[in-house]
Design a protein. Structure first.
Lengths: 174, 177
């Protein structure tokens, strides 16, 4: 049986954050999508992750989302293998909010809060930002089935992990 | 070399169940690709699923609600001579798979369609999705159209009453609200 494989990815945080028009940094998020990078002889599908920064004009929740340029993730290790028949697996947007979400958005809210706390600390410090990296890993499959995964923010020996929100089927985080 | 196959699909409008509250406006359909077949030669056939989405009331600030998944039915195999339906796999220019959306109520997505024409299409779609008799009978077909600048799939949508529109792949495009 063919398999879906997603190697852990490293994404340049500075390349994403530097596209935001400037502080305040409320009403921002990252979109993640998969791209098909390799089809092996055995029919295995190897994907990579791409990311887009998104922000609202004037930092207003009434304004529409503006999408920045794509930042491509690079492989950093052996792939996670999704242990199911790939038939029927759907691919859509995954997102991570970069401000404090409304209650009930994420099943991992406390973890997400820690992620945002570290993110805010990093973006206030240019040196720290330049050394920071996002990594994706620990791929899982939702019931529907859709792929989702952890995104870990690492900087100066500290790291926090948030879970991406596949939407649909989930409600977008705004 | 393996190909990515994007055959045309059809949906029943009645499969998209929105909030029963008629005051819940700002409706759209969000489409995604799913893997339907992996052929022995490595070709991968992608299908289409769609989710109805709406906002509570008439407030832009409200969050999107997502309804149940509707599954598209393949109309015919992907045409091997159509570069929008049969895409040779190219590791140097990989195909990204994300959301495509199509507004069916008053919204103004960023698209290649001129604003006036888009307004007209939105009114037609609004009629289709608001009229109970039409709603149950009408179908729409979707033909892939490759967004070449930043390789993504998008789709031309043709309703059985002749109304046509296009989906908006976002990202890379701006979502329609």
């Amino acid at each position: 049986m063919a398999k879906i494989k997603l190697p852990p990815q490293s994404i340049d945080l500075l390349a994403l954050v530097s596209q935001f028009p400037g502080p305040p940094f409320n009403n921002t998020k990252f979109f993640f999508q998969l791209e098909l990078r390799e089809v092996t002889f055995w029919g295995n599908l190897i994907f990579g992750v791409i990311a887009y920064p998104a922000w609202r004009k004037g930092n207003s929740p009434r304004e529409r989302w503006i999408i920045g340029s794509k930042v491509t993730g690079s492989d950093t290790g052996a792939p996670d293998i999704v242990p199911v028949d790939p038939l029927g697996v759907a691919f859509g947007n995954n997102e991570i909010l970069l401000w404090h979400p409304e209650k009930g958005i994420s099943e991992q809210e406390a973890q997400h809060e820690k992620f945002i706390y570290l993110y805010n600390k990093i973006i206030e410090n240019k040196e720290l930002l330049a050394k920071s990296v996002l990594t994706t890993g620990n791929v899982r499959l939702s019931k529907n089935p859709h792929l989702y995964y952890d995104v870990t923010l690492s900087s100066g020996g500290t790291s926090e992990t948030a879970l991406t929100n596949p939407c649909p089927p989930n409600q977008p985080g705004e | 070399m393996a190909n990515i196959l994007l055959p045309p699909h059809v949906f029943n409008v009645g499969d998209f169940v929105y909030s029963p509250n008629p005051q819940d406006r700002f409706r759209k359909i969000i489409f995604q690709c799913d893997i339907r077949v992996i052929y022995p030669n490595g070709d991968i056939e992608l299908g289409l699923i769609g989710y109805p989405a709406w906002k509570k009331g008439n407030a832009i600030r409200e969050r999107w609600n997502i309804g149940k998944k509707a599954i598209g039915t393949k109309i015919k195999p992907a045409d091997p001579s159509n570069p929008n339906e049969t895409i040779p796999f190219n590791p140097a220019d990989p195909l990204a798979v994300g959301n495509n959306e199509s507004p069916v109520w008053q919204q103004h997505p960023v698209s290649e369609i001129p604003e006036q024409k888009q307004d007209k299409v939105e009114k037609q779609l609004s009629n289709i999705f608001s009229d109970e008799k039409k709603y149950e009978k009408i179908t729409f077909s979707m033909n892939s159209k490759i967004y070449k600048e930043n390789l993504h799939t998008s789709y031309d949508v043709t309703f059985s009453d002749g109304t046509t529109t296009s989906t908006n792949p976002c990202p890379p495009n701006q979502p329609g609200e």
